[in-house]
Design a protein around this ligand. Sequence first.
Ligand code: SF4
Length: 306
Amino acid sequence: MVRKGTVPDLRIPPLNPPLSKGGTKRGVESGLSPKKAYLSEIFSSIQGEGLLAGLRQIFVRFSGCSLTCNYCDTPESRVQSPECKVGWTFPTSQESGVGSRENYYNIPNPVSPEKLTEIVNSFQTHQNLHHSISLTGGEPLEQVDFLKEWLVELKTGDSPDSTTSLRNVRKSGTVPKPKIYLETNGLLPAHLSEVIDLIDIIGMDIKLPSVAGVKPFWNLHRDFLKTASKREVFVKVVVDSMVAEDELMLASELVYSVDVNIPFIIQPRTPIDMDAGSLLRLQEIVTSRLLDVRVIPQLHKFLNLR
Ligand code: SF4
């Protein structure tokens, strides 16, 4: 059972969709940017993968991905859907510390930058609740024109800067702006270059053909990582019992050729079909080249979270 604690200024999210600037709840809005995005879902949850695992994030899941990985756990986001699901699950009883309630609604696709900002801001109901906004998919960089416009708006908008100290936040009652975190398949280096200055942290996949069931992308991944290394970046490699060790070594060499310090996450596919010895061996292979090598499973699957 969850223990009761002192939780200052904790408010539940709005029970209804936020009003758009024109005062309407949905539909085509006039005077908005022509750039719109196809999104699959927008929600608040705990990050379950990679270096930021355990942190609370606002997830913006983009629709569309040109890959077909064997282990894809969001196949619905690979295609464009007419609607985007918005909301989160939140605790209902702060007194007893138990229970939860779902609060979801749909908005029509495509979504304008203004609408997305409005929704993201409506999630910021609790001081310091969200560490970052996760741009995920699908593949967010396949809609780079929208990203460029939206991230500029988000970064230059009215909400306070991410450098605002918690003390000042408490004084002013305002909420710090979360960092922008990009989760990507690492295949569109030219698109990354267009938005790199607007991204704070990058989690980049390297696809192993033996596990993902796709062709090798070593050169594209290397070009991508070179650009990504201008920001905080880590690499994530999904493995299962089919993994070819020489491919894992190639991935290690690729990261080594850019920067030996870049964290390298070995993520066993869920459900895990490997024994402890196999995972230890894979870590030993990568540590022969790199300095920061971690084995991290998908935590959100263990916690029954989205
Ligand atoms: S890159 Fe990601 S979204 Fe695309 S198919 Fe692979 S796992 Fe799924």
